[in-house]
Ligand binder design. Structure first.
Ligand SMILES: C[S@@+](CC[C@H](N)C(=O)[O-])C[C@H]1O[C@@H](n2cnc3c(N)ncnc32)[C@H](O)[C@@H]1O
Length: 291
């Protein structure tokens, strides 16, 4: 018997769903079926910034929690001479991630199926744990965070990139996003996440806040077409593909509006940091315009 291809996995998953069920799928499931790139906020620039700030030691293991279809884990592995592990609860996402890594010739990344609130790893296993927009998808944020620290080595870095609200969103919009992501969406702030990830013996060494820029409807439409124009979707039933396309377009529309009330931060927490932070005399970078 031949090994099932990626298209086989997706065909099986799509076959089990009616059009009405596709119309009710949450974002993560649509991402898994469509192989949406699913980047962290800020995309590759965020991954590179985390690497720059965290400076992981050569050869030491790195973990991404919520690796989805593989974007961040593959990006990390491509920059590092270290073993990278991506962990996700969704097996279809993991299958895509593995296929993408193989196609890109990246062999220092492994994808593992598991729950971030109880991970199948030994204590002190990773020098860098990266959790982008995943903790808010879990029922118990504190427990997930305890797990991140359990697997983090002494002097390791936990890098998180949570999305939060800078302004309170209209209630119907918040509810629409909640329905889209399939988990309760609390109106959190940057401070909420800083407190959630803070622990005794852990120092917040970097905090960089960002805001989102609104996208034009044309840009969103082009992106939807790019995602849907993939070979694994070509042979699927047309009505189901159309339902996936319209679900994806719906998500991007409401996310774009929602993100206009939101922000995200790149936060780095270091365990066992030897020196006090912050320094007394705070400074800020000078942005000069040179002639
Ligand atoms: C919105 S995606 C974002 C992840 C992405 N890597 C990023 O850079 O922001 C959330 C991912 O978290 C995964 N996820 C949700 N709950 C999880 C859990 N309890 N443990 C591990 N992964 C989980 C979902 O399957 C999905 O792939």
């Amino acid at each position: 018997m031949s090994t099932p291809t990626l298209a086989d996995h997706v065909t099986d998953a799509i076959e089990e769903l009616s059009v009405a069920e596709i119309n009710r799928l949450d974002f993560s499931k649509v991402v898994a079926l469509t192989n949406e790139p699913n980047m962290p906020s800020g995309g590759g620039a965020t991954v590179r910034r985390v690497l720059q700030l965290a400076g992981p030691r050569r050869g030491r293991p790195v973990l991404e929690v919520g690796s989805n279809t593989g974007y961040t884990s593959i990006e990390l592995a491509s920059w590092l001479d270290s073993p990278v592990t991506g962990l996700d609860v969704n097996p279809v996402s993991n299958a895509f991630a593995e296929a993408k890594a193989k196609a890109a010739g990246i062999d220092n990344v492994t994808f593992v199926l598991g729950d971030g609130q109880g991970m199948p790893f030994e204590d002190n296993s990773f020098d860098l744990v990266f959790a982008s927009n995943v903790t808010s998808f879990m029922a118990d944020h504190r427990r997930a965070c305890d797990e991140y620290y359990r697997v983090l080595s002494p002097r390791g870095v936990l890098a998180v990139v949570p999305i939060y609200y800078r302004q309170t969103p209209p209630e119907p919009l918040r509810r629409a996003v909640e329905e889209a992501i399939g988990v309760p969406l609390a109106v959190t702030s940057e401070q909420y996440w800083i407190e959630t990830f803070s622990r005794e013996g852990v120092t917040l060494v970097e905090a960089e806040p960002y805001e989102y820029v609104r996208q034009t409807p044309e840009r969103i439409e082009t992106y939807v077409e790019q995602v849907m124009d993939q070979s694994h979707l070509a042979g699927q039933p047309a009505r189901k593909v159309a339902a996936l396309r319209s679900r994806l377009a719906h998500f991007y529309d409401i996310f774009d509006e929602n993100l206009s009330y939101a922000g995200y931060s790149i936060l780095l927490f270091r365990s066992g940091h030897p020196n006090p932070e912050p320094v007394l005399h705070l400074t800020r970078r000078v942005h000069e315009t040179r002639a």
